[in-house]
Design a protein around this ligand. Structure first.
Ligand code: HEC
Length: 125
């Protein structure tokens, strides 16, 4: 019985693959899967949720770094950065390089995977 939903989602994936304008959606879908594997153990991602291990990433694209109710490191809080696709890309390449002293330590070395995860973060608003 579990095969049916799998088959359906494969079909949906195939439909997405042949419909050109959904390139962004595809990135975001890959990014969502990555988020589950590599970010969600620390980060929450829904409006109003309180992050205990890490800040809520709902609405992160476009906001100032260190600006939610989370108890940030002073390094991130005082970084003066604004999260846009470019700063996020640099941050996720090597968090401690963009913001020395940050407690965020998870890096994504692969540029394509970073782009996917950033495409997903853009959907969180
Ligand atoms: C081990 C826990 C952990 C994991 C896993 C993790 N993070 Fe973080 N992240 C943190 C912490 C803690 C902070 C706050 C850092 C600080 O205060 O310096 C943070 C901060 C951030 C920020 C800045 C948020 C803000 O409000 O300024 C972004 C963006 C971010 N993480 C993205 C990600 C992404 C994307 C992933 C998955 C690839 C990820 N993180 C995985 C712990 C984690």
């Amino acid at each position: 019985m579990r095969r049916i939903p799998l088959f359906v989602s494969a079909l949906v994936g195939l439909a997405a693959a042949v419909t050109a304008p959904v390139a962004h959606a595809q990135n975001a879908a890959a990014g969502a899967a990555m988020f589950k594997q590599q970010c969600q153990m620390c980060h929450v991602n829904t409006a109003g949720a309180k992050g205990f291990a890490a800040p809520n990433l709902w609405g992160v694209v476009g906001r100032q770094a260190g600006s939610t109710a989370f108890a940030y490191s002073t390094a991130l809080k005082n970084s003066g950065k604004t999260w846009d696709p470019k700063t996020l890309d640099t941050f996720l390449t090597a968090p401690g390089k963009l913001v020395p002293g940050t407690r965020m330590v998870v890096a994504i070395p692969d540029a394509k995977k970073r782009a996917d995860v950033i495409a997903y973060l853009k959907t969180l608003h």
